[in-house]
Design a protein around this ligand. Sequence first.
Ligand code: 13P
Ligand code: SF4
Length: 300
Amino acid sequence: MNLVDEILKLKEEKNAIILAHNYQLPEIQDIADFVGDSLELARKSQRIDADIIVFAGVDFMAETAKILNPQKKVLLPSKRATCVMANMLKIEHILEAKRRYPEASVVLYVNTTAETKAYADVTVTSANAVKIVQKLDADEIIFGPDNNLAYYVAERTNKKIIPIPEGGHCYVHKKFTIEDVERAMTVYPKAKLMVHPECNPEVQEKADLIVSTGGMVRNACLYDEWVVFTEKEMVYRLKKLYPNKRFYPANEDAFCIGMKSITLKHIYESLRDEKYEIEVPKDIAERARKAIERMLKLSD
Ligand code: 13P
Ligand code: SF4
């Protein structure tokens, strides 16, 4: 059986579409209808005319697509496709911060569970966090769960940023160290450094460009040679889009287990058996939707 042919056939039969994040395996990026960062995927999910969305990404991304499209069937092909960082933030962390800073707005990274999003005034992605925080009326911002993205936003706005939970981080981006920066500069002296804002502050400070994965796609045209400080599959995506440029992973060990838990076979089985369907309780979905829709409005 040719998995790719079977997937294409099922997609057609069931009027389904495959959305994939930039960190997905190359063979999944290759069969996807759309590949993008978390903001682009959320936007795309609102504009598609399909009955089924197969989401090749992690659970919070599929949940966001479901919240924005309650009438559509949204499938996550693997039960292990989760974001470790999103699971670090609990409702209690938000309530505790609210008790200490009652005037603060609650700004949550989309890398959060639907139930915590229900407590957010607005969500953000790494592509729009600075813009949105700047636009809010509040001077104090409770920001979770990525402490490094909180640092990035604090450096670029005049707001008091209160990071929650203590030590919230992405283990993939935490791997990049100043030694990786030094090695990159020695081995590839002509290359520029593109860095995701989930990386540590000392790595951010050495970057030529700090952007979301979608920002990497858009800005790679600026120079011919780049060292890429994010999940390793981003290099595949960039090389495919810019075959005449050079991209090097800053650290080959930086891979996201949740993203990599999805294989072509999972996509095929997901379409065939219509599994695993994402469900978000109605009351949580309604509250989370307000925060996500506010993000989409403010980032225009
Ligand atoms: P992007 O929105 O930049 O694609 O980031 C999502 C993510 O999970 C980064 O680790
Ligand atoms: Fe979550 Fe990090 Fe994986 Fe992104 S790379 S999905 S933040 S664990």
